[in-house]
Design a protein around this ligand. Structure first.
Ligand SMILES: [Zn+2]
Length: 74
């Protein structure tokens, strides 16, 4: 189901067409020596949700208040 586009492209993500508020963090997993984030983003081409995973490469103090409000995206 919803596979009409599977043969057409590989859901390439381009930062130009995505904003942080499009991303939803699905999972935060332990990985060897660190953490990995699993996020869901809309494919810029077909708008289907796609999963992306990213290793956490650094953890430093953030100069923001929690919960984060939309103004940090400006
Ligand atoms: Zn796509």
């Amino acid at each position: 189901m919803a596979s009409d586009h599977d043969g057409d492209h590989e859901h390439e993500l381009e930062a130009e067409y995505l904003s942080p508020s499009d991303a939803t963090v699905l999972e935060i997993e332990d990985e060897d020596g660190g953490l990995r984030l699993e996020v869901v983003l809309p494919c810029p081409t077909c708008n289907e949700p796609v999963r992306a995973s990213a290793p956490v490469e650094s953890v430093v103090d953030a100069d923001v208040e929690l919960p984060v409000d939309d103004s940090i995206y400006d």
